[in-house]
Design a binder for this molecule. Structure first.
Ligand code: G6P
Length: 459
């Protein structure tokens, strides 16, 4: 299909693609699983949709790719632009500042210029591929200037922006360099979507303090909590292969009575060291013993060129070593199993099936789909979820054992009450959360947003 033809155009920093080399050395694009892709791709199939973004390479080709029925339009970026836009302003300025957990915020003026340049390149690509009166759906903090940039090129399109991560309260937000340019960057959108009501309110407060330039108006703001493809994950987790792997994993971990599980991107917002320290203090206090319990922590390496992420990896390695040296079981079994690697989808699902208690304890998190995946994998209604209220998921997964983020005693108590919960209560709670997610799934999320955009008067 030629350009200027697509009635739905998605924009995100990353295209949902990775390249696999076949035996002849030829690179083949494949849809990458997980995250935003898993959430958005099902809403695009069969809709004459295009997706604009970076393909993860440096100075790659801008030829479009057809992957699983979605037309992908790569925006080629140099290594310098990626360093300044992605590692710099996106992940060393916006990410720590928007999560508002006291993490160090760095800034360089050249990062800001690169951020604007990458946003402009993406906006130009959208303007090229969108059909007249198309719907444009822009994703996340790496792309906050795209709405106003597209609007000045294409007044005819209907535009939604969805913010996947927290939007902080006014004092924190106002400490952002170039804050008014970032807020007005969103003003080209018709609707801005957020994960939690608090995010929506914080955005509206920021917008009230930032008048629009002529020709633009403040977008409508609404809360749309993201979800997962519940039926698909449930079905995949019930396969014989996954069930078998889950059994094998438990054997591999020394057949403990109880498995506690954490699964995260290795990110300082996820509270991974704090979680392992809570486990350590439970072992120290004698409330639990390595004779019975193993903590399995899986972490996918992330943003590895950013110093704060490197520091976290080092901290985790030494923390795991310390706990394992201090508390081996009488059979020499290690209390913490730490897998710092990307796992195949089936292995990930098998972890969720194998666990007894899943501990999701971010200091702050837009939503946290891992919590929802765990629930989707528990077809027999067993298992308990410990969930920090720092995650957007805690707003509606209220039958989890909820705990305050960043409070070691609260986490300690929450893990203990999860371990002590009787089977009947655990079943009731899990069944209620499964019922909720079966209805509030990713298709409902996408159709809410796309439905709201479709109901706007045509331009
Ligand atoms: C979060 C963000 C996404 C981002 C993802 C993975 O979920 O909201 O926008 O794509 O993390 O991070 P990465 O830096 O690898 O794209």
């Amino acid at each position: 299909m030629g350009e200027n033809q697509y009635s739905l155009v998605v924009v995100s920093n990353r295209l949902p693609v990775t390249f696999e080399r076949d035996s002849a050395g030829v690179l083949t694009p494949v849809i990458s699983p997980g995250g935003l892709v898993a959430a958005v791709a099902p809403a695009l199939r069969g809709k004459n949709a295009a997706w604009v973004g970076w393909d993860g390479t440096f100075d790659g080709s801008e030829n479009s790719l057809d992957v699983d029925g979605i037309a992908l339009f790569p925006v080629a970026l140099s290594q310098t632009l990626v360093e300044k836009h992605y590692e710099g302003f996106s992940n060393s300025t916006l990410w720590p500042l928007l999560h508002d957990i006291g993490a160090q915020v760095d800034f360089e003026e050249s990062w800001w210029s690169a951020y604007a340049e990458v946003n402009q390149r993406c906006a130009d690509a959208v303007a090229r591929v969108a059909a007249p009166h198309a719907t444009v759906w822009i994703h996340d903090y790496q792309m906050m200037l795209v709405p106003s940039m597209v609007r000045s090129l294409r007044p005819d399109v209907t535009m939604g922006y969805f913010h996947h991560i927290p939007f902080p309260s006014p004092p924190q937000w106002n400490s952002l360099p170039h804050v008014s340019e970032v807020v007005t960057g969103l003003y080209g959108a018709d609707v801005c979507g957020f994960q939690r009501h608090s995010d929506t309110e914080n955005f509206l407060a920021a917008a009230q303090a930032t008048p629009p330039a002529s020709g633009l108006i403040i977008p409508k703001a609404k809360t749309y909590p993201i979800s997962l493809d519940f039926a698909d994950v449930s079905k995949a987790a019930s396969s014989e292969v996954v069930k078998h792997k889950a059994k094998e994993f438990r054997k591999q971990w020394g057949s403990p009575t109880t498995v506690l599980l954490g699964v995260d991107r290795i990110d300082y917002t996820k509270g991974i060291p704090e979680r392992l320290e809570a486990f350590e203090s439970l072992l120290e206090s004698g409330h639990i013993s390595t004779e019975d319990v193993v903590f399995v922590q899986a972490g996918s390496p992330s943003r590895e060129n950013v110093a704060s992420y490197q520091a976290l990896q080092t901290r985790l390695d030494s923390l795991v070593k310390r706990i394992n040296e201090k508390f081996p079981s009488s059979q020499g079994r290690m209390p913490v199993v730490y897998w710092a690697k990307n796992l195949a989808r089936e292995d990930m699902l098998a972890l969720f099936v194998a666990a007894d208690v899943m501990v999701v304890s971010p200091l702050r998190d837009g939503m946290n789909l891992v919590a929802k995946e765990f629930i989707a994998c528990r077809g027999d209604n067993s298992g308990v979820l410990v969930l920090s209220t720092g995650a957007g998921a805690a707003d509606h997964l209220t039958q989890a054992v909820l705990c305050e983020p960043g409070n070691p005693e609260a986490l300690h108590d929450a893990i203990l009450s999860a371990l002590a919960m009787d089977g009947g209560e655990a079943h009731t709670r899990m069944a209620a959360m499964r019922d909720y997610l079966a209805v509030h799934d990713v298709a409902a999320w996408a159709s809410d947003i796309l439905g709201d955009l479709a109901s706007l008067p045509s331009k």
